[in-house]
Write a protein that binds this ligand. Structure first.
Ligand SMILES: NC(=O)c1ccc[n+]([C@@H]2O[C@H](COP(=O)([O-])OP(=O)(O)OC[C@H]3O[C@@H](n4cnc5c(N)ncnc54)[C@H](OP(=O)(O)O)[C@@H]3O)[C@@H](O)[C@H]2O)c1
Length: 427
């Protein structure tokens, strides 16, 4: 039986997950697939570190050359993270005609064209299922099972940390900072949570996912990004009254040659399938012209779920051998001339204000919205028996720029004390 030798770059969460799977299921995989997968070397920073997952001492190295220059290693699996030196190591592996499997979404989103060119020039493969939504096989589904479709919309919960935080805030009425601190204590959020809570992680994944979905490059510079740090318990409570759940959504839509791509906190009706996705779970909702609506749901992170995607890519790579698939579009770091990126998209908006409690304020603000062609779908006005009251509007479909202009005027009104928040609504 053929033995495929693999070099691991990293042995943290993802690396140990993939290793455990190969230890526990390796024999079955060999029996099914007709080849054996052997981890020959593992690159780490510290070869003396005590590790929870046991692997033979002789496998560990801190010298990348032990992997890059080993002619027996045909596949390099990268899960060390970051750009440098991961990028250089991957390029060296590809130049040595080794196929690369990676979980590194930031590297893929920023340097995909360069990596793919190196792969193509050397007849090597580049596989990245684990880089988007962990254990959910969305890249494979999109590129191998939905080819019959024109996919025109992808809407996903693709960051588990923010979904955990928003679920806790929604279900327990708690404040953002309180839940973030708890998530950090439990290991659901990083000590530096910026990449997750500011939407960078979801933006990297959306760039990869929507490019595959639309067969057109969606560079990160063309993705609007807004995190969840401004969402308050009050926003969520008023949203609930209106029948909405809040999620950090990664949204990409294609209409002819127009594409819009955005990551931001979003209200969705509680009846929407994505509203049922709680805690650190992920889901991707896809709309295709032939298949209709489709949703994939599962674990977006974690050692075994992400390891599942890594091992699956290793197996796929073994089967492809010298016939690897590459992207179907012109893969550059800039948008192709064939598409136009929209930034004035239309959606519904939730607007929460604090205003002086006096007659006529509601009508005045409705007038300002109307002047900017924003019509109102619903209003919540609470009587707080104080001098100031909250006032909440939900608009019908309106243009992003119209809302911005209307809010500029509303902010200048003497009876408006504060524009508390503006949250987009999707259906
Ligand atoms: N965690 C998840 O659930 C998940 C899910 C999807 C994708 N990803 C992506 O997968 C990648 C890895 O994530 P992770 O959570 O597994 O990270 P991690 O637990 O921090 O592990 C990183 C591993 O890489 C090694 N490493 C880091 N820098 C190195 C260097 N310069 N030279 C040699 N070895 C180096 C570390 O060595 P030491 O052990 O010696 O420190 C460690 O074994 C990231 O790109 C992440 O975005 C993670």
């Amino acid at each position: 039986m053929d033995k495929i030798k693999v070099g691991f770059l990293g042995f943290g969460n993802v690396g140990t997950g993939a290793y455990k799977i190969l230890q526990e299921t390796g024999n079955e995989i060999s029996h099914r697939e007709g080849f054996e997968i052997e981890v020959k070397k593992i690159l780490v920073r510290d070869t003396n570190k005590k590790r929870d997952v046991q692997a033979d001492e002789s496998l560990f190295t801190d010298n990348i050359q032990d992997i890059i220059n080993d002619p027996e290693i045909s596949i390099v699996a990268e899960f060390m993270g970051g750009i440098d030196p991961a990028k250089q190591y991957i390029l060296s592996a590809l130049e040595n005609k080794k196929t690369v499997v990676t979980a590194n979404k930031e590297l893929m989103a920023r340097h995909w064209p360069e990596l793919e060119k190196a792969a193509q020039n050397n007849g090597a493969g580049l596989y990245y299922e684990a880089s988007v939504a962990g254990g959910i096989p969305v890249i494979k589904v999109m590129s191998e099972s939905l080819q019959a479709n024109k996919v025109y919309e992808v809407m996903g919960i693709i960051n588990g940390t923010t979904n955990y935080i928003l679920t806790k805030m929604s279900e327990e009425g708690r404040d953002f900072h309180d839940v973030l601190a708890e998530a950090q204590r439990l290991g659901y959020a990083e000590p530096d949570p910026t990449a997750d809570i500011e939407g960078f992680d979801a933006m990297y994944k959306l760039s990869i996912l929507s490019s595959i979905a639309f067969h057109a490059k969606v560079p990160i510079d063309n993705i609007y990004r807004e995190g969840i740090t401004k969402i308050t318990a009050e926003d969520i409570a008023y949203g609930k009254e209106l029948g909405y759940a809040i999620r950090l959504l990664a949204i990409a839509k294609k209409n002819g040659t127009d594409i819009q791509a955005r990551v931001h906190p979003t209200f969705i009706p509680v009846s929407h399938p994505l509203a049922a996705v709680r805690e650190s779970y992920n889901a991707v909702f896809i709309k295709g012209d032939a298949v209709g609506n489709l949703m994939l749901y599962g674990r977006g992170a974690g050692d075994l779920p992400t390891g599942s995607a890594i091992v699956s890519d290793i197996i796929t790579a073994c089967h492809q051998e010298n016939n690897h698939r590459y992207t179907t579009f012109y893969n550059e770091n800039k948008a192709s001339w064939q598409v136009r990126f929209e930034d004035d998209w239309e959606t519904e908006f939730f607007i929460r204000l604090t205003v002086k409690d006096k007659p006529g304020v509601l009508a005045k603000i409705a007038g300002i919205l109307g002047k900017h062609e924003v019509s109102i779908a619903s209003v919540i006005q609470k009587d707080h028996n104080k001098d100031v009251v909250p006032l909440i509007f939900v608009s019908h479909h309106a243009k992003e720029q119209s809302i911005k202009k209307a809010l500029d005027d509303i902010g200048k009104d003497e009876d408006v004390l504060q524009i508390e928040n503006v949250i987009r609504v999707e259906r």
